[in-house]
Design a protein around this ligand. Structure first.
Ligand code: HAM
Length: 418
């Protein structure tokens, strides 16, 4: 096959079984979010590049190495969204929703990052996510974390996930810590991994979650982020932890959790699993007070998270409940019967009953097909039925059958399924 006609590296086709799993994950998330008062929102897949470049941080990996940015025919620089938060905040500002606070919004859709593909990591992937705007209390943080917890519980994967929590503190705490960390790391600058050396001047906090052995050794003696938190930040973080205890949601503190995007303040968290190899983050998020303002809106606090649907799909594989089907298979004896069957099928569908018209042929094979599509009933149109203008309805779950006038078929099937 022409190489051009392979899927692009890092993308995948969602064939019907996988698509069904995605739909299930999305609907469990949407329904859980609705319990917390969240409403659905969709924003475009691409935005002016500034929406992401100015907010996620020029030095974050997501921006410096991973965006799909292109110039359109009108000369605009556009970027395929690498995540959902910045576009949602753009929508919040440009639609003048600033009067409707507080807002609780839920979204689902594809995201794009030019990352090295591996298990659980794609270049086009999907997120479900929630954002709360206009709430500054730590209760908002605990509520979105509770929502994520309940979502994972309803998917049956909560047991496989661990909640890790950290606080980056407010803007002052962050700036103070950055200074202390750089001062400490400068003494080891030449011993750091090349990646960390680069980050030292651009985004030193990210060095904290370096996977490099040598870096980790050096970091053991580094000043702790928690020691630079202002008293207000310490109190905020304490209240959040208290909430989580009240809710009975277990968590572990992880001082090294700093998250890749620049907009976070105070709370950062991840639900991680050890069942997916290197790509263990299932749900990730935090508080981003200051983001709305940095995009030209009024000062508005925000907190939320996003979950990777591909990763959740790997965990729930084989456990997606089958949709209950009330399907009918119509089995005509020949071409004349098929024409009558065509109309019967249409009438059944008009009445809201799913059905498939099987082509004339071997009866054994067709009953197998009826079974495969999950039909609960088969309508047999044989010679006798044609002669008497009837149809024989076989209840495939009860192995009972009844011959009814053709004109009464829809009513009969409706009764059977009620
Ligand atoms: P993020 O940590 O960049 O945060 O992504 C959230 C989740 O998306 C990850 O935990 C992971 O499950 C999934 N994910 C990320 N990249 C990939 C990939 N290449 N392939 C498959 N799955 C992936 C955000 O995107 C923030 N916007 C979250 C947030 C919302 N913070 C506040 N509100």
């Amino acid at each position: 096959m022409n190489e051009k006609f392979q899927p692009v590296r890092g993308t995948q086709d969602l064939l019907p079984d996988l698509k069904n799993t995605f739909r299930y994950i999305e609907s469990v998330c949407r329904l859980t979010a609705a319990l917390f008062g969240f409403k659905d929102i969709d924003t475009p897949i691409f935005e002016f590049s500034d929406v992401f470049h100015r907010t996620l941080g020029e030095t974050s990996d997501a921006i410096s190495k991973e965006t799909y940015t292109f110039t359109d025919r009108g000369g605009n620089s556009l970027t395929l969204r690498p995540e959902g938060t910045a576009g949602l905040v753009r929508a919040f500002i440009s639609n003048g929703m600033t009067q409707d606070l507080p807002l609780r919004l839920y979204y689902y859709g594809p995201m794009f990052r030019y990352e090295r593909p591996q298990k659980g990591r794609y270049r086009q992937f999907h997120q479900v996510g929630v954002e709360t705007l206009g709430l500054e209390s730590p209760h908002a943080d605990s509520e979105v974390i509770a929502l994520a917890h309940l979502f994972l519980q309803r998917l049956g994967v909560a047991e496989a996930a661990k909640l890790e929590l950290n606080s980056l503190g407010d803007a002052d705490s962050r700036a103070a810590y950055r200074e202390r960390l750089v001062e400490f790391l400068n003494d080891f600058a030449t011993q750091l991994s090349p990646d960390s050396q680069e980050r030292l001047s651009k985004n030193p906090l990210r060095i904290l979650d370096s996977k490099d052995e040598g870096d980790r050794k050096i970091l053991e003696r580094a000043p702790k982020l928690s020691e630079s938190l202002t008293s207000g930040s310490v109190e905020f973080f304490g209240r959040l932890q208290e909430d989580l205890k009240i809710l009975g949601i277990p968590f572990v503190l992880n001082e090294k959790l700093v998250r890749g995007l620049d907009y976070y303040r105070h709370t950062v968290f991840e639900f991680t699993t050890d069942q997916l190899g290197a790509q263990g983050a299932l749900v990730a998020g935090g508080r981003y007070d200051g983001l709305v303002e940095s995009m030209g809106g009024p000062s508005t606090p925000g907190v939320g998270w996003a979950a990777g649907v591909e990763r959740l799909a790997l965990l729930v594989e084989g456990r997606v409940p089958a949709e209950p089907v009330n399907r009918v298979a119509i089995i005509p004896a020949d071409e004349t019967a098929a024409k009558i069957g065509l109309k019967m099928a249409f009438d059944l569908r008009t009445a809201g009953i799913a059905c498939e018209l099987l082509e004339p042929g071997n009866i054994g094979k067709r009953l197998k097909r009826a079974n495969k599509i999950g039909a609960r009933a088969a309508v047999i149109l044989g010679e006798a039925e044609l002669a008497q203008q009837t149809a024989t309805v076989k209840d495939l779950t009860a192995s009972a059958q009844e011959t009814v006038p053709a004109a009464a078929l829809t009513a009969h099937v409706q009764k059977l399924f009620s």
